[in-house]
Design a protein around this ligand. Structure first.
Ligand SMILES: O=C(O)c1cc(=O)[nH]c(=O)n1[C@@H]1O[C@H](COP(=O)(O)O)[C@@H](O)[C@H]1O
Length: 232
């Protein structure tokens, strides 16, 4: 699969069966899938095996954030299970990110390693409460620069920051953007959102879409509508 397929469907389900039921309706040639904390905590590596067996490339979204040695080991474990992408929290700092990147390098593992900047569910007030006076945009840019300096290949950010990250870090630096909301979908707990076509226009390289598809009455129709919007 080429990296120019932008859609990543978030399989945020509470059981392996439910996740595979959705995966069996998806086409691995048209999207990748994301396995997050709830599904992985319930089903463990079995979900990775089942999805790989169906031909999917997987973004393992466990957002590691710990001391450097622990995160490096976790990232290595993910990569050795063959996942396409894995993430850490950029707030874990330079030493943590460098250790993770070096571990993959030392073992010849080519899994994409990216870092979460500021969660798309957060706004200025949320940052202020945890002692960060910067705006989400300022803090995202600071963490994106640090991520790139630490040797990682990209960030998770909202599409609202993608254009500035592109200007700062270049085209090849991945901008993986959740908080994607087609016009027909509810925002839910997301704060910094954008439509799929606008997100691609401003420089996202990959779009993470969960509930607008997985909770839709007709998930495949919702997905087709997003694909049609992107093809326009
Ligand atoms: O790392 C992520 O994937 C992530 C980072 C972030 O800042 N915001 C965010 O929503 N996500 C994930 O992206 C998905 C978004 O799902 P929906 O809001 O249902 O489209 C969820 O699985 C989140 O865990």
């Amino acid at each position: 699969m080429s990296t120019d397929i932008p859609l990543i469907i978030a399989l945020d389900y509470s059981s392996l069966d439910a996740a595979l039921c959705m995966a069996d309706q998806l086409d691995p040639k048209r999207c990748r899938v994301k396995v997050g904390k709830e599904l992985f905590t319930r089903s463990g590596p079995a979900v990775l095996e089942a999805l790989h067996g169906r031909g999917f490339e997987i973004f393992l979204d466990l957002k590691f954030h710990d001391i450097p040695n622990t995160v490096a080991g976790a990232v290595q474990a993910a990569a050795e299970q063959g996942v396409w992408m894995v993430n850490v929290h950029a707030s874990g700092g330079r030493k943590m990110m460098e250790a993770a990147a070096k571990r993959l390098d030392d073992h010849g593992l080519s899994t994409h390693l990216i870092a979460v900047t500021v969660l798309t569910s957060m706004q200025s007030e949320d940052l202020h409460e945890v002692g960060i006076a910067a705006t989400p945009e300022e803090h995202v840019l600071r963490l994106a620069a640090l991520t790139q300096q630490s040797g990682l290949g990209g960030v998770v950010c909202s599409a609202q920051e993608a254009a500035q990250i592109k200007a700062l870090c270049g085209d090849d630096f991945l901008k993986v953007t959740p908080g994607i909301r087609p016009s027909f979908a509810a925002a839910n707990d997301q704060q910094r959102i954008m439509t799929p076509s606008d997100a691609m226009r401003v420089g996202s390289t990959h779009l993470v879409v969960g509930r607008p598809v997985t909770q839709a009455e007709e998930p495949m129709m919702a997905l087709a509508a997003i694909e049609a919007e992107l093809a326009d």
